[in-house]
Design a protein. Structure first.
Length: 195
């Protein structure tokens, strides 16, 4: 990471004045934010730039991922200005792509379960959650599957289970989820992007 003489003097002056003025009750948040931006800008300059495309729809907008050369982890994602389709612009899902990487410290990494009428969450294994969901869907489907309607027509559907798709899946995954929901006989199928 290279810093110019002017940048060093600017940063040194900002730090010195911050330390001098902090006992007087002056708000230093803007100065700290500016210093953090300088640090991120320098990290982006020194990073390996990897281009890719957004997978969320058929447009295929271009993304530039800044990857730390030492750790190999992504620390910034932005639109690719050289991409012929999106020219650097991104929709809300593309702009929020970074939140889905491992850099997001708020991303859920464990299955959390809260029993009915309980006030606390319990950690569970992923296999337990998948087995529980499958068992509950099968039980409900076996109990309330409708084969014919009031007119005697064959309908083969279940009306007590719904499916809400996620806006954080790509087109192919979305198609697979809807096909699965229809195969189970679900008729209440919606998508988060529409809601």
């Amino acid at each position: 990471m290279e810093i110019t003489r002017r940048g060093f003097l600017t940063l040194s002056g900002a730090v010195a004045s911050g330390l001098t003025l902090s006992p007087l009750g002056i708000n230093l948040k803007p100065a700290r934010a500016y210093a953090a931006d300088l640090n991120k800008a320098n990290r982006i300059k020194a990073a390996k730039q990897v281009t890719t495309i957004c997978c969320y729809c058929s447009v295929g907008c271009g993304l530039v991922c800044s990857v730390d050369k030492i750790t190999g982890k992504i620390f910034n994602i932005e639109g690719d200005a050289d991409h012929p389709i999106s020219e650097g612009s991104l929709c809300a899902k593309g702009a929020g792509f970074f939140d889905l990487t491992e850099a997001n410290r708020h991303r859920l990494r464990k299955v959390l379960y809260r029993a009915p009428m309980s006030d606390k969450w319990e950690e569970r294994e992923m296999d337990w959650a998948i087995d529980r969901i499958a068992r509950l869907v099968k039980t409900e489907r076996d109990k309330s599957f409708i084969t014919t309607n009031a007119k005697g027509q064959t309908v083969n559907r279940v009306e007590t289970i719904g499916h809400l798709g996620s806006s954080n899946v790509d087109s192919e995954e979305c198609w697979l989820m809807v096909a699965k929901a229809r195969a189970l006989g679900m008729v209440y199928i919606d998508h988060q992007a529409r809601v």
